[in-house]
Design a protein around this ligand. Structure first.
Ligand SMILES: [Zn+2]
Length: 241
């Protein structure tokens, strides 16, 4: 910002907030305007740490998740997947705006200190994209999110997983079909065995709906010897949104 050229460009092509479409003030690159960034819908509180079902009382897990053994022990989200949060996701997923993913990552990073259950992890592991999809989009949004969270928290970002097989778009499938479709869709890279051994790893992804992806990724990491795996996503979809 600052030059007369920028000012002129702003006059000719005012930038708009990706959520409310309102003009952004000069010098504000968005992608969310201030009020929309403030209005991110929070995930429900208190909620099951695994499936995000709203809980009547402050407990860690809902009745269906308590006592079950999951590879991805708990999942936390920065926002519910609606309103400005859904607009931001749409911008980096379907409109090719990596700046929207960086903004989402910054919002996650800001939130991390408020989530004591996500403290004590050794590293961040982004959920991988299929190489073809990554080429198409030009970036893996989960990686951009992880980098922002890593820059603020000081946690290293480890690229330990790969997605050798391309699954059908997950939103078309119900939970059972989705599980079958995703089984084996994620695998650990060769170097993951050494890097994961005894480590507490925090998976990073953009949206979590049924948690099948996070569970598959956590399984791959646990098979490599990870001591703990949890998930931190930007937006939680599903049971409450
Ligand atoms: Zn806005």
């Amino acid at each position: 910002m600052g030059t007369w050229k920028d000012a002129l460009l702003h006059l000719l092509l005012p930038r708009a907030c990706v959520a409310c479409r309102g003009d952004l003030p000069f010098g504000d690159d968005g992608p969310l305007c201030g009020p929309c960034a403030e209005a991110l819908p929070p995930p429900p509180e208190p909620a099951c740490a695994r499936c995000a079902a709203a809980l009547g009382a402050r407990r860690d897990f809902c009745g269906a998740c308590a006592g079950r053994l999951f590879a991805c022990r708990l999942i936390r989200a920065r926002a519910a997947h609606r309103g400005p949060a859904a607009s931001l996701v749409h911008a980096f997923k379907f409109r090719g705006l990596p700046s929207a993913a960086r903004e989402a990552g910054r919002l996650m990073a800001q939130d991390l200190p408020r989530l004591p259950e996500l403290s004590g992890f050794d590293a961040l592991v982004p959920v991988p994209l299929h190489p073809g999809r990554r080429r198409e989009r030009g970036y893996n949004q989960a990686e951009l999110l992880a980098r922002e969270v890593g820059a603020t928290s000081g946690l290293p970002v480890l690229d330990l997983l790969r997605r050798p097989r391309h699954a059908a778009p997950s939103w078309r499938l119900d939970r059972g079909r989705r599980r079958a479709e995703l089984a084996g869709a994620y695998a650990a890279k060769e170097e993951a065995a050494e890097a994961s051994e005894g480590k507490r790893l925090l998976l990073i992804d953009d949206v979590c709906a049924t948690a099948t992806t996070l569970e598959e990724c956590a399984l791959a990491l646990r098979r490599c010897g990870a001591a703990d795996a949890a998930g931190f996503v930007f937006a939680r979809a599903g049971r409450f949104s």
